[in-house]
Design a protein around this ligand. Structure first.
Ligand code: PDD
Length: 276
């Protein structure tokens, strides 16, 4: 297995991370996950545009141009001969004597790996159960940062209740999943939380909004409550790794069940067409 380390593709067992890498000590870094379909990364440009935006928000300097980072990512995919799978690229603020104060001029370290993974067809076909819980994360969820404890704790809680994903809410306003965006459909209108500091503006989310506009599905980027969630006609989640997965049940802070509806199926189909 090969990994990306700086601008080199090396064997995984030859890579080493410093004890005082800021990513390791502080979670001081960012990442992206890109899906590879039939050897081709999907929406790579969009992912790396967001990568650059996350870096800018944290005042991290990219060590190479975006084009170089994309080239290196393609090399990483090829070296690992990935047909279907994911490529994970992260950037930390690099190694320096541990100190909360960061230096804007730090040389950042980019690393990455790629892994075979089949699309989760089971979840896409049959839907997933979800666990509704309080959103305990920080106020910059728009940054795709390595700090994911709020997310991982929510996911653990969901799994402990036999659910595939956690849905999070801030005092009754639904935000997003622990690693996905959340949509509901009510009376033919698609709702999702606006792309504010409270959610990650998913690349899949953006594709869905574009498709909805192209296909004349009524759509509004408007926050909705946990009661709206319960009363929704259809619910689904989206992410790079899931694409669109219908939500068939919510448990936790509120409880409800949903059929897999026609608009969810339609958007799933249109997204697949975009991918292929
Ligand atoms: N997670 N919201 C959160 C909190 C996420 O972590 C993700 C993706 C999304 C969906 O974004 P996108 O459509 O760009 O994948 C929304 C990735 C897949 C992960 O951490 O593995």
């Amino acid at each position: 297995q090969y990994v990306l380390y700086g601008d080199q593709i090396i064997k995984r067992d030859q890579a080493s991370i410093d004890m005082e890498d800021r990513g390791y000590n502080f979670g001081d870094g960012i990442y992206e996950v890109v899906y590879i379909y039939g050897g081709k990364p999907f929406s790579m440009e969009e992912h790396f545009k967001r990568f650059a935006e996350s870096a800018a928000k944290l005042e991290m300097k990219l060590p190479y141009t975006l084009e170089t980072i994309i080239d290196l990512t393609v090399k990483l995919i090829d070296a690992n001969k990935i047909h279907n799978g994911i490529v994970y690229i992260q950037m930390t603020r690099g190694a320096s004597p541990r100190n909360h104060l960061f230096d804007r001029e730090s040389s950042c370290l980019i690393t990455g790996f790629a892994r075979k993974m089949d699309p989760p067809v089971q979840a896409q076909e049959n839907g997933v159960k979800t666990y509704l819980t309080e959103d305990i994360r920080w106020l910059r969820c728009d940054i795709k940062s390595l700090n994911l404890l709020g997310n991982t704790m929510a996911k653990r809680k969901a799994a402990d209740h036999g659910c595939h994903e956690a849905l999070q809410h801030r005092e009754g306003t639904c935000t997003e999943g622990s690693s996905s965006n959340l949509f509901i459909i009510k009376n033919g209108t698609l709702y999702t939380h606006p792309a504010t500091n409270l959610i990650l503006n998913g690349i899949t989310r953006q594709h869905i909004l574009t498709i909805a506009n192209e296909e004349n599905v009524d759509v509004t980027e408007q926050a909705f409550t946990t009661d709206d969630l319960l009363e929704a006609d259809e619910v689904f989640i989206s992410s790079t790794t899931m694409e669109i997965a219908p939500v068939i049940a919510v448990t936790g802070d509120k409880k409800g069940t949903y059929p897999i509806g026609p608009i969810t199926r339609f958007l799933q189909k249109k997204l697949k067409e975009k991918i292929n």
